[in-house]
Design a protein around this ligand. Sequence first.
Ligand code: GAR
Length: 209
Amino acid sequence: MSGDARVIRIGILGSGKGSNCAAILDACAAGKIAGKVVLVLSDVADAFILERARQKGIEARFIGPSQFKTKLEPEREEQVARQLTEAGVELVVLAGYMRVVKAPLLRAFPGRIINIHPSLLPSFPGLRAWEQALRYGVRITGVTVHFVDEGVDSGPIILQSAVPVFPNDTPESLHARIQVTEHQLYPEAVRLFAAGKLRVAGRTVKVLE
Ligand code: GAR
């Protein structure tokens, strides 16, 4: 990437081990994404995603906890939005963030929040999608990267990739296989966003290349 290429500022929200965050950090460091991760926030104090970010010299903060399981209090979410805005963030990447995003963030970053989900949406939205897929008995599941709207895992789809389910799969083995695909698909989606290659028309996302 040339020195004068425009580099977008990225904020990442996550609640867990942060392997998708790591994949995006690596892709930025390798020059594959015209972007720079400037802030990582977590609603879980000891989430490994914070540790990973700090190891790479990236500002990482805990904001929480919440009295709700599935969302933040509006004031907490305002705080998240403010910190991202103050850091000059242009794209918010949800990477294993286990809260439903509400009005404060959606209003602050319209069309600028993306999420990764471990299934082929609209199948198996919500929690532990790999377990839902196993229980249902599908032969193929996968990964979806999508824009975030006010619903749960319901926004316009940017990229999807299929992952096979094998007869002897356990929840752990299937999730591990899904994660290998996630670590390729998410950096690619962020790359496309950063390069200005995504156009949303209703439910459809056009990829300009
Ligand atoms: C990933 O598999 C991601 O798709 C999933 O959580 C995991 C986080 O892993 N997200 C959801 O289920 C959101 N509903 P990571 O912390 O290693 O990136």
